[in-house]
Design a protein around this ligand. Structure first.
Ligand SMILES: C[S@@+](CC[C@H](N)C(=O)[O-])C[C@H]1O[C@@H](n2cnc3c(N)ncnc32)[C@H](O)[C@@H]1O
Length: 531
């Protein structure tokens, strides 16, 4: 059976975009090209690997490269040795890293793993919470389940970060150590830590398969889909029951993190699947992956739920807790769980690769940097953003209607005037909470690639919770295909203008998702983020 990397779909389409994999339909490819696929700082964002060049530079890679009829250099994606050799030469050529894994171990895709690293870099640099490092000047990370490939510590330490990489299997620990030792320039920065599998008494490896079957039949999650479907109301209760499934594995963070240790973040590419059958999906690629790497009783939901539970105990020992999530329905469940346990911030991102998405989920127990919010946002009584690349069928009227439904969906009072193209809105604290929880029309749940949806608790420092926010949203036509959306807070010098900024950001994400082409909205999102 062919085994597939949990991030296989990202890999598959990433490589498809970059390396000219055997094509699907032309139209589909055109759509894929339109979609943002990679973090802008990723080494491969403008510079896809050149197989021909790599083959000429690295004789060991050459036998795996052949030329298709259109003259483009290709590799056979069903050949594990070819994908492993590609990863080896990319790490060497582009990151100066020596790397190897034994046959059958999970082979990481470099562009995809780099996306996660860059997202963490963004989190650490953001001013949402204090961006002071836990350990003086040095960023310190914890990779839960580093694998034999040790990919995250290797990539992260190339940015100067130090790492603890944990794992449970002997082969992972042995090869992760080897990969670290073979890179003396960064080996001081990485500690490989063995997780004591005896620690959680209920952990029994041999019971995995039977538990998997039980869980499989009880929640009917199909991992075989490349794309996640929306969670329908009828399946929701079943899925929700998944969150209560206990994790039957070895310790995750509690019991592995030492007394007094502090980290800036943890990260994790969890075993996504409940059974090996579900993991062995695609005959078109071979990226290895042993059951220990791919499968966990309860799948990623149980695994990440355990990280959440541990984070409640460890709280501020980590500035950010993060994990990759493979299914959108699981992302929603995990976000509800995070709200229940009282985290102060949740951030998500979408790693869009062609037709398929994976999600990044981050949370923290550190209070949002209130000073920053108040000084940065409090003066902003007038805000605006552009809707560019508007699809033809949409006009200012439709945008205005969407503004109205965005607010009326949470019960806020709205008075719209279609001749002056504005909506007057009054938002109470309860409406604010609902907007920040993302409880709004399902235009887009998690945002597009690199749209980051932040969840804040009500910024009490910005005003008394009983203060209502009264503001006006105006929509102006600029040039065909471009609209300007302006928001102005009615009571100037208001202490609630920080909350107004947060609402306005949410509105921006929703309108861009609904009305703009993917490319235009992503470009706008990048430019907004860099401001
Ligand atoms: C999907 S692999 C990820 C490997 C690597 N980080 C990557 O992205 O390619 C998951 C890894 O988690 C490890 N693992 C499973 N349970 C664990 C636990 N409780 N603590 C640490 N690692 C664990 C597995 O042995 C496996 O190496």
């Amino acid at each position: 059976m062919c085994r597939v990397d949990p991030s296989f779909f990202i890999l598959y389409v990433t490589y498809q975009c970059f390396f000219g994999m055997p094509s699907k339909r032309k139209r589909k490819r055109a759509v894929e090209r339109e979609r943002p696929t990679i973090h802008p700082r990723n080494k491969y964002s403008d510079n896809p690997p050149d197989f021909g060049l790599l083959a000429s530079l690295y004789p060991s890679f050459e036998p795996f490269v052949f030329f298709s009829r259109d003259g483009r250099p290709r590799i056979d994606w069903t050949d594990f040795k070819a994908t492993r050799e590609l990863t080896r030469v990319l790490l060497l050529h582009d990151h100066g890293l020596n790397w190897w894994i034994p046959d059958g171990q999970l082979c990481p895709t470099v562009p995809n793993r780099s996306n996660y690293i860059h997202w963490i870099e963004d989190l650490l640099a953001s001013d949402i919470i204090s961006n002071k490092c836990a350990d003086g000047g040095l960023v310190r990370g914890f990779d839960i389940g580093t694998g034999a490939n040790c990919i995250y510590p290797l990539l992260g330490s190339s940015l100067g970060w130090s790492f603890v990489g944990s794992d449970v299997t002997d082969v992972a620990l042995e090869w992760a150590e080897k990969n670290v030792k073979n890179n003396p320039h960064i080996s001081e920065l990485i500690e490989i830590r063995k997780v004591d599998t005896e620690e959680r008494s209920s952990f029994k490896l041999e019971s995995h398969s039977s538990q998997s079957v039980d869980r499989e039949s009880s929640i009917h999650l199909s991992e075989t889909k490349a794309e996640d479907t929306e969670c329908s109301n009828s399946t929701l209760p079943e899925l929700r029951s998944g969150v209560n499934k206990s994790y039957y594995g070895p310790p995750m963070l509690v019991g592995v993190v030492k007394e007094g240790e502090r980290f800036d973040f943890c990260m994790c590419n969890p075993p996504f699947f409940e059974t090996m059958e579900k993991a062995g999906l695609n005959p078109k690629t071979s990226c290895g992956g042993t059951p220990q790497e791919m499968v966990c009783p309860g799948g990623e939901l149980a695994f990440i739920s355990c990280i959440i539970e541990d984070s409640v105990e460890l709280k501020q020992s980590f500035r950010w807790y993060t994990s990759m999530v493979g299914r959108k329905s699981n992302l929603k469940i995990l976000m509800s769980k995070l709200r229940e346990v009282g985290v102060t911030i949740i951030k998500t991102t979408e790693f869009v690769q062609g037709q398929t998405c994976r999600w990044g989920l981050a949370w923290s127990f550190i209070s949002p940097a209130k000073k920053i919010i108040s000084s940065h946002m409090a003066q902003k009584n007038n805000l605006s953003f552009m809707l560019e690349g508007l699809q033809r069928q949409y006009t200012a009227i439709q945008v205005l209607q969407s503004v109205e439904s965005f607010f009326s969906a949470v019960g806020a009072s709205c008075k719209s005037n279609s001749s002056t193209f504005n909506v007057e809105v009054t938002v109470t604290k309860d409406h604010f909470d609902l907007i920040m929880k993302g409880e709004r029309p399902k235009i887009n749940e998690a945002g597009s690639c690199w749209y980051e949806v932040e969840k804040f608790n009500y910024p009490r420092s910005l005003g008394h919770p009983s203060d209502d926010l009264c503001f006006r949203i105006l929509v102006f036509q600029q040039i065909p295909g471009t609209l300007l959306v302006k928001g102005s807070l009615q009571h100037k010098e208001s202490p609630v203008s920080g909350a107004f900024s947060l609402i306005f950001q949410q509105l921006e994400v929703v309108l861009k998702d609904k009305f703009c082409t993917e490319k235009a909205s992503a470009a706008a999102s990048y430019s907004n983020r860099s401001q």
